[in-house]
Design a binder for this molecule. Sequence first.
Ligand code: ATP
Ligand code: MG
Length: 416
Amino acid sequence: MRIQMPAQVEQIIRKLNENGYEAFAVGGCVRDALLGREPEDWDITTSARPGQVKALFRRTIDTGIQHGTVTVMIGRTGYEVTTYRIDGEYEDGRHPKRVEFTASLLEDLKRRDFTINAMAYSHETGIVDEFGGMADLAAGVIRCVGDPLERFTEDALRILRAVRFSAQLGFAVEAGTWKAITVIAPNLARVSRERIQVELTKTLLSDHPERIREVFETGMSPYISPVFATLPQGRVRIPATLPRVKYVRWAAFLRCACEQGTTVFDGKMGEATGNTDAAATAVRILKELKMDHDTIARVKTLVSWSGVEPVAEPEAVRRAMAQMEPELWDALTELNEYGAAIRAQTAKIRADGDCLRLSELAVKGKDLIDAGVKPGKEIGAILARMLDHVLAHPEDNERETLLRADGFETDDFCQK
Ligand code: ATP
Ligand code: MG
């Protein structure tokens, strides 16, 4: 079996070989190439020690030199070249106390988490598959290398990786591996929240985002966060057709915290109501998981609007649109599955260039100051009033019209 590799990877392997070292593409890239998926990055494993790797290549970066990883730069692309290693005892269920280099490829493959991730390849040797990775790839199975209880005890993050790979590849977790996950689930409490979040995010962004349910089914959820554990898993519904955007997928998941049903937004109730509790739950979970602020803010808006539907009239749709950024509105349209009428209103509002936010208002703070309003709170209040008016009457978004409607004598400065 021959795998297509980037020329740079072939070049790195050849150079190591020419200098008497073994070298292979390894792990995720071999798995993905065999599945016909484009590997994200190509990792190389070698018998050469880090110093020996550095001596052979002109440009290298000490990425994780204490773990044996050197990044070899070719052009603008970096390739991680890691010395064969055995991971020592694990200290805290996450970090090996020390790593030990070895001359044996087999030892290096043994430390890897799943059979499908424990294959190596070179043109010279072909596929090295000591643990039945090919068979598991063909059968669509996630199975630990060696004893699953031991492997998950060494590193509890692996139990989430199992779910993540099952979602990305559409594979089933093998029974013994699944059983071990349920036993080791409490050890997740010792894994960093950020790493947990990264795995959950990858799960949600995958082809099978609904497999996030496995996190509940295996009993992991209480150890992800106490609030997370309260989510009603039965209500989780994430269409795989949603765009692969972090905040959209997280919102689709966390909307399970909302009460079912649709709330009608008639445009008169100001801020959207109904889902403030669910939005607060979503925010708490995301904060616990150290999510970035921008994503938290967006998910909060989308969850609070979950199941809220404006009546399909221009003003109500404008007032709803006015409460979020355009791309959030588009995401909400997908999440709430708005029908043709609202979509048509949206298109018309955009085509007409209707004013939806202060930045689009024809009157600026400076205009009010020029008209004699004292800088301060009052300015904001007047502008908000004008925006409110324009959302009902978009044709009035003209400086003079707005100022006059608000009782300002405009002639003075219009002549200037
Ligand atoms: P992707 O890059 O698509 O997330 P991957 O399989 O390449 O998937 P990485 O996290 O990049 O995953 O790790 C590269 C390889 O290192 C894996 O394929 C696996 O062999 C090994 N590996 C990574 N993390 C672990 C772990 N926690 N325990 C054991 N082996 C691991
Ligand atoms: Mg990778």
